[in-house]
Ligand binder design. Sequence first.
Ligand SMILES: [Zn+2]
Ligand SMILES: [Zn+2]
Length: 113
Amino acid sequence: MHNNVPIDVEEAYCPDCGALVKNKWFLVRCACCNIKRTAHIHYDDIIPNTNYCPNCGSTEYYIEELENINFLNVHYAVFKKEIVPQGNFTTRQIWIEKEENLIEEKKLLMSGK
Ligand SMILES: [Zn+2]
Ligand SMILES: [Zn+2]
């Protein structure tokens, strides 16, 4: 269950099994009135805590993935620990590209062009 992976980081290596574990945060919203619904994880599925929206009575809902958790959502958000397959360095490559672009921009600025 990778219980020793802290939940306040985006991703970390599990100290128990060495897997790269990513924390993903989700928010359940009513599809009718868009209100945030409290939810929980049930066998890997995200389920609202109540059958009906407390605001409009609808049973329809949708799941939104959060970029990051903030205090406004902390009471509603549920999270899943997802294993990142080893050898998948997509995220890191994007970061390296961004840094290279920054260095290029700095060079341009310094050369006065
Ligand atoms: Zn683990
Ligand atoms: Zn509603």
